[in-house]
Design a protein around this ligand. Sequence first.
Ligand SMILES: Cc1ncc(COP(=O)(O)O)c(C=O)c1O
Length: 439
Amino acid sequence: MLSRRHFLAVAGGGATLTHPISKLLEDGRTPVRDKPLRGDYWGTQFYDEKELQQLTEVHSNRQPFRWYGPGTQPPQKVATFEKEWASRMQTRFALAVTSGTSALQTALAALQIGPGDEVILPAWTWHSCFNSIVLAGALPVFAEIDESFNIDPADIEGKITPQTKVIMAVHLQGNPCDMDRIMSIANKHQLKVLEDCAQSVGASYKGRPLGSIGHVGIFSLQLNKTITAGEGGALVTNDPILFERAARFHDLGALRPGHEKVLSQSKLDGFAAPNFRLNEFSGGVLLAQARKLDTIVEAVRNHARRVHEGIRDLSGLHLRQLPDPEGELGSAVFLGFSSKEQCERFMALMKKENVPAQRPAGSVILPIVPYIEKKITVHPAWPSFNTERGKSIRYGASCCPRTIDILARFAGVSLNPKFTRQDTDDIVAAIRKVYPTIS
Ligand SMILES: Cc1ncc(COP(=O)(O)O)c(C=O)c1O
């Protein structure tokens, strides 16, 4: 029996194994790892005395509300987070909100999207994208994804109608969209671009932070994201009108002195709006986490780079399309196969190696979700599906066959910023061992 180290030396050295791996394992050969490789939530692994200090300060100052409280100094946590977030994302303005979903709702409100308007979004993304459009009273129109798992720019133009106002460019599972093509389509048709960076916080495209390229960008800071306060969200923009409308929308239509100062001049009246304000405890934790963002991103990108380098000479290697490999977050390394069966076989063999590979995750094929396919809303007279166009639009599998096909043929290994060198060596070894046996 080969020792684990000996095996790694062989597999990592690029030797081609001649027997199917399942046979080797049945023959008593050891898997690449003794125990399954497991990740953990990213941001919370980096919690230390910095987050604790922020919480303690809010607690001892008794200032949990962002706009005022007891004491002579005004609360500063959320305001400082906004200032530093705008600087990190290279935008003029940043607004903290309660979640990525409320950030999407705020962004659509900032863009004045409402009944009669259409928003194009990818068929594979999170519920929040579809729901926020419906909650604005507008109509979601799905476009297919391509092998980047992001919206396929080639499918966008065919979905544009005179009612289309916004393209939702969702950067999924760490991978930037092809922003050059999306911005060029948007400019040609005078559409706005909302970048949803919920799953790619800290990634960039051609040197620019995601969120700073379109007209407005949003982030989720929920537990599964790059950094977290459990829940939380943010919005960025360079446009003062969009920022004022967003700031007002997140706070009952009011513009507080803190934001008025950031804007220097108010240009809008108040309007009816919800409350999506972030509290100072969350603001403090997010401030501490945001200051660690680059460390987290660098760590996970290094792992992704090592895995890519370790497998790049594999013959016939088919990877997820990366519009900007340098800017990608590196949350996972995905491999493509010619059929669903091959993909399933790859996942079964990787599991035996204790290096599990999964299908693209964190999103759903929205058009086939029952409440979406049936166009169910909270009120029967909800405007989204009561216009002529809303009544005639059809969701379901027939509106996204390519999306369904692509997602069935890709699987990958998720990476984690706290992985060790040995972990990434194991990933490389397992892929090198299994991939060549799939045909
Ligand atoms: C693409 C995308 N957009 C928006 C959201 C919503 O974020 P939140 O959970 O913070 O509301 C998510 C959450 O996972 C997401 O994946």
